[in-house]
Ligand binder design. Structure first.
Ligand SMILES: [Zn+2]
Length: 201
């Protein structure tokens, strides 16, 4: 009886050891596969996520043109934008929102300077092209450089409008209409919360 139970005990120990070895082997193999795949996917992800380069024009806060620069696009997750921006700026720039008219801090700014993207600081409009449109939204007759904005067809709300976004981070800024003053006849109707005013020093 003692022998039998000894055998049993030995058998159980052996089995236990075999199971352990099998388990270890499987774990090592699993880790190796995970490591290989992870490294592989990592490389693919890095290549796919490598930001596209865009050409924009760099400006001082006084509106002086510094030249064309090649810069990576700014791409962030929705959660990252939400953490960075005020709720109003986040809603307008990342979800094509529109602020209520006559509410924005940039509406009555008349100092000399540059209106920059609230998301990525790209120069978008010069104070020299700002005019009183009476709409309640900051209005400009042209962007500071055509390279710095994207204009695209917007068919939302049953209308055909031209939406204006930031070239570098694709923030929605507002719309452009053809009822503006000379010399362009255009009215860039912007959301105040999409802009940060940088006063000329
Ligand atoms: Zn931007």
């Amino acid at each position: 009886m003692r022998q039998t139970s000894g055998k049993n005990a030995h058998g159980q120990r052996s089995l236990g050891r075999r199971q352990f070895l099998l388990a270890s082997g499987a774990t090592v193999a699993g880790m190796a596969i995970w490591g290989y795949e992870h490294a592989g996917f990592g490389r693919v992800d890095a290549a796919a996520k490598e930001p596209k380069q865009v050409k924009i024009v760099d400006f001082t806060d006084a509106g002086e043109r510094k030249g064309i620069v090649l810069v990576p696009m700014i791409q962030k997750t929705d959660a990252e934008w939400k953490a960075q921006l005020s709720p109003a700026s986040y809603q307008v720039t990342r979800h094509e929102g529109t602020e209520a008219p006559f509410t924005g801090a940039n509406l009555n700014v008349h100092d000399k300077g540059v209106f920059r993207c609230i998301c990525c600081d790209t120069a978008l409009f010069s104070s020299g092209t700002k005019f009183e449109s009476g709409t309640g939204w900051p209005s400009f007759w042209q962007p500071i450089a055509k390279e710095n904005v994207i204009e695209s067809l917007d068919t939302s709300l049953g209308m055909e409008r031209t939406a204006v976004s930031c070239r570098r981070c694709e923030a929605h800024l507002g719309h452009v209409f053809d009822d503006g003053p000379q010399p362009t006849g255009l009215r860039y109707c912007m959301n105040s919360v999409a802009l940060r005013f940088a006063k000329a020093s």
